[in-house]
Design a protein around this ligand. Structure first.
Ligand SMILES: Cc1ncc(COP(=O)(O)O)c(C=O)c1O
Length: 370
């Protein structure tokens, strides 16, 4: 067993976090500003404007919550749901399951509509479930299911939500910055993501955007939002208007996200999506040449998270350990029922580069056949 330290920095090609570019690391390492510093507010205003561009929205309430992607999910459900509300959650993987579970914890009567892992939701089934449910407050789904590598088309689900006069909630944790999300075009009322995937920033922030319509629903609540920390009204009072103290925001992370967003805008979102597409294609065609088959349904595959069947007889743990220890490459294993059966290879943000994928393909070949 080698006593050498593991290769550093790692190349993060797992389900997240992804690698962070030097510009963002430099911003992260700057001396902190106070949370009421006028320069920080300038940074936050720029961050919000660029976040609107990436989400594809004009929503005023567009900001970065303190916390990881789960903070985004939890805050949406905490604010939008009151006990007894009927909600419909599309579950086509692990994270849709979490959305349904948390909705239940906030007192919702949850109707789940499931799809087999590896497939997107079937709009016909969603429509049937919505009609059977009756009065719905909210319809939710995961845009990019990280557990399976499936991209869920938002248009058909949005139409169903609108037809039932329900709010439309979308998890864009693994898509924002890597696939177009287009919040306004799809009539999404609340959408959250995470800083550590396609945004190219370390973990710790949850970008979020909320429509006026959803904010009106929250303002008309009969009960107080039970989460004080993630109460949108209180958080909004810090980000907007008088900048009232709510909690000590993670200033360094916010300045780092400001830099990540600058990089996205400089690259242009369209070019960034195309880069993710090209790199994913390079990876999947390289895997195919090694006889490694894709897991997710063709036509619905994410460019940001590539799932593939582990070849028969291959030791999942041993391969991932060899990639990490010998090459400094991280890839992910399967979640839940897919544990030991699939690999999940992230091509997100800074990690989505031809040279990283070329190294991974060579390293994987060497590990499997060397
Ligand atoms: C689709 C999806 N939703 C939510 C989350 C939760 O995000 P976090 O782990 O940053 O809290 C993840 C994390 O991988 C995710 O992939």
């Amino acid at each position: 067993m080698s006593t050498l330290p593991l290769p550093f920095p790692r190349i993060l090609l797992g389900p997240g976090p992804s690698s962070v570019p030097p510009r963002v690391l430099e911003a992260l390492g700057r001396a902190p500003l106070g949370y009421l510093d006028p320069e920080l507010f300038e940074a936050l205003t720029e961050l919000q404007a660029n976040l609107r561009t990436v989400f594809g929205t004009t929503n005023d309430f567009t900001l970065a919550l303190t916390g990881t992607g789960m903070a985004g999910m939890e805050s949406c459900l905490a604010n939008l749901i009151e006990p007894g509300d009927e909600v419909l959650i599309g579950v086509h993987g692990f994270f849709g399951g979490r959305m349904a579970e948390i909705a239940g914890r906030y007192g919702a009567k949850v109707h789940r509509v499931e799809a087999e892992w590896g497939q997107p939701l079937d709009p016909v089934k969603v429509q049937e479930a919505a009609s059977a449910a009756g009065k719905l407050k909210l319809v939710g789904c995961v845009h990019a299911e990280t557990s399976t590598g499936v991209l869920q088309p938002l248009g058909p689900i949005s139409e169903i939500a609108k037809a039932h006069d329900a709010l439309f909630l979308v998890d864009a944790v693994t898509s924002l910055g890597g696939h177009p999300v287009e919040v306004d075009e799809h009539g999404v009322d609340a959408c959250y993501s995470a800083s550590q995937k396609c945004m190219g920033c370390p973990p710790g922030l949850a970008p979020i955007t909320v429509s006026e319509r959803a904010l009106d629903v929250v303002a008309a609540r009969k009960s107080t939002v039970t989460s004080w920390y993630y109460d949108w009204k209180l958080i909004g009072n810090y980000w907007h208007g008088d900048h009232m103290y709510h909690h000590t925001v993670p200033v360094n992370l916010l300045v780092a996200l400001q830099e990540s967003l600058r990089m996205i805008v400089e690259e242009t979102p369209a070019a960034r999506y195309e880069r993710h597409r090209e790199v994913s294609e390079q990876l999947m065609s390289g895997l195919a040449k090694m006889g490694i088959r894709p897991f997710a349904q063709e036509g619905y595959r994410l460019n940001t998270l590539n799932s593939a069947w582990i070849p028969d007889g291959v030791d999942d743990i041993a391969v991932r350990k060899a990639l990490l220890t010998q090459y400094g490459l991280e890839i992910g294993g399967g979640l839940g029922a897919l544990k030991g059966k699939v690999w999940r290879i992230g091509t997100m943000g800074e990690s989505a580069q031809v040279r990283h994928v070329a190294l991974l393909l060579a390293a994987l070949w060497g590990t499997l056949h060397g």
